[in-house]
Design a protein around this ligand. Structure first.
Ligand code: NAI
Length: 331
C-alpha cells in the first residue's frame, strides 16, 4: 500500500508555488509511484487564485494526487505535514531596506515556525524557498524547538543548477555528465559557486576535473561565479519578473534527494544548520554545504580540500549570514 505523503506548500498561488504544485502532483518530488496530499497555504487576499489552482489541479486528474486541502490558516495547512515547502514570503517593496525586508519576513517565519512546532510531524522536512531563504529557515527553526534543527533547510539548488547549466554550455557537454559542483553559503549575491571538486565525464567515459576540462581559471574565478550569482537579476531584467519554473524545479530536486537519497558518488547543495561543521564556518546559521543524503538524512561532505581563494569566499558569505541573523533576531 502506498500511504500518501502530506506536503504543505505556502504561497501556493504565487508564481513559484503554483508551478510547484503541478510538479509535485506529477511526481517530480517523490517519484512516479508515491501518492501525495497537498496542503496549500495562502494569504486571505489570494483565496481566489488558491481556489482556482485547486480546481486546475483537480482537472489534471493526477493519479498521484490523493487529496488537496487549501487553507488560509497555518496550523491547518501544516497539520501532520511530512514535508513543508515554504515559498510564501514578503517581497521587497520599493524603497524597502534590507533590514525591513528581514524584519517583515522574520515575523512571517516566526508564526510559521510556531505553527510547525505545534501541528506538523516531528520528523517534518522543511525546505524554505522564500527570501531571504537562509535566514527565514533559521527563524522558523528557532521558533520550532521541538523539531530537530537538522530538519530545516533552505534552497540553494537553483544556484547549483544554474552553475551546471553554465558549465554544460561552456564545455558543450550534457548537464548530467557534470557532477559535484556546489554552492557554499547564502542564497544571495555572496554565494560561492565552487567547481574545485567537480568532475565532467569526457567523451571517452573518463572523469576529468572541471578546472582541467575548462582550462580557463580566469573565467572560472570571475565571469562564471558572477554569472551564477547574478542569474536571478539577469532573468528579472529580460522577463520583468523573477524566475518561477526553474525555482520550482530546483525545490523538487532538493526535496527529492533529501527524501530518496543522493546518487552514489554524488553530492548536492543544501543550506542547513552550520553547527559542528568541519569547514570553520560559524555555528548557528543556515549555510549551504555540499551534502549527501541517505535514509532521509543529510550529511555534510567532509574532507574536501579548500584553497585560499575559497576560504575568502566562505568568509564573505558567512559574514553576511551572521549579519542577517543579527538583524532578523532583533525583532
Ligand atoms: P509571488 O509573489 O508570486 O508568490 C508569493 C505568494 O506567497 C503570494 O501568492 C502570496 O500571497 C503568498 N504569501 C505571502 N505571505 C504569505 C504567508 N505569510 N503565508 C502564506 N502565503 C503567503 O512570489 P514568487 O515569485 O512565487 O516567489 C516566492 C519567494 O521565493 C520570494 O521570496 C522569492 O524571492 C523567492 N525565491 C527564492 C529562490 C531560491 O532559489 N531560494 C528563487 C526564486 C525566488
Amino acid at each position: 500500500e502506498n500511504k500518501p505523503i502530506r506536503v504543505a506548500v505556502t504561497g501556493a498561488a504565487g508564481q513559484i508555488g503554483s508551478v510547484l504544485c503541478f510538479f509535485i502532483a506529477q511526481g517530480r518530488m517523490f517519484g512516479p509511484y508515491q501518492k501525495v496530499i497537498l496542503q496549500l497555504l495562502e494569504l486571505p487576499a489570494a483565496e481566489g487564485p488558491l481556489k482556482g489552482l485547486c480546481l486546475e489541479l483537480q482537472d489534471g486528474a493526477y493519479p498521484l494526487l490523493a487529496e488537496i486541502r487549501p487553507s488560509t490558516n497555518a496550523e491547518e495547512a501544516f497539520k501532520d505535514a511530512d514535508v513543508a515547502v515554504l515559498v510564501g514570503a514578503k517581497p521587497r517593496g520599493p524603497g524597502m531596506e534590507r533590514k525591513d525586508l528581514l524584519n517583515e519576513n522574520a515575523k512571517i517565519f516566526k508564526v510559521q515556525g510556531e505553527a510547525l512546532d505545534k501541528v506538523a510531524k516531528k520528523t517534518v522536512k522543511v525546505c524554505v524557498v522564500g527570501n531571504p531563504a537562509n535566514t527565514n529557515a533559521l527563524i522558523a527553526s528557532h521558533y520550532a524547538p521541538s523539531i530537530p534543527k537538522k530538519n530545516f533547510s533552505a534552497l540553494t539548488r537553483l544556484d547549483q543548477n544554474r552553475a551546471l547549466s553554465q558549465l554544460s554550455d561552456k564545455l558543450k557537454t550534457r548537464v548530467e555528465d557534470i557532477k559535484n559542483v556546489v554552492i557554499w553559503g547564502n542564497h544571495s549575491l555572496t554565494q560561492y559557486p565552487d567547481v574545485n571538486h567537480g568532475e565532467v565525464i569526457g567523451a571517452d567515459g573518463k572523469r576529468i576535473k572541471i578546472r582541467q576540462a575548462v582550462n580557463d581559471d580566469n573565467y572560472l574565478n570571475d565571469a562564471f561565479i558572477s554569472r551564477v550569482q547574478k542569474r536571478g537579476g539577469e532573468i528579472i531584467s529580460v522577463m520583468k519578473k523573477s524566475s518561477a519554473a526553474s525555482a520550482a524545479s530546483a525545490a523538487c530536486d532538493h526535496v527529492h534527494d533529501w527524501w530518496v537519497g543522493t546518487k552514489p558518488g554524488e553530492f548536492v547543495s543544501m543550506a542547513v544548520i552550520s553547527d559542528n561543521n568541519k569547514y570553520g564556518v560559524a555555528n548557528g546559521i543556515i549555510y549551504s554545504f555540499p551534502v549527501v543524503c541517505k535514509n532521509g538524512e543529510w550529511q555534510v561532505v567532509n574532507g574536501l580540500n579548500i584553497d585560499e581563494f575559497s576560504k575568502k569566499k566562505f568568509k564573505a558569505t558567512e559574514d553576511e549570514l551572521l549579519e542577517e541573523r543579527k538583524m532578523a533576531l532583533n525583532i
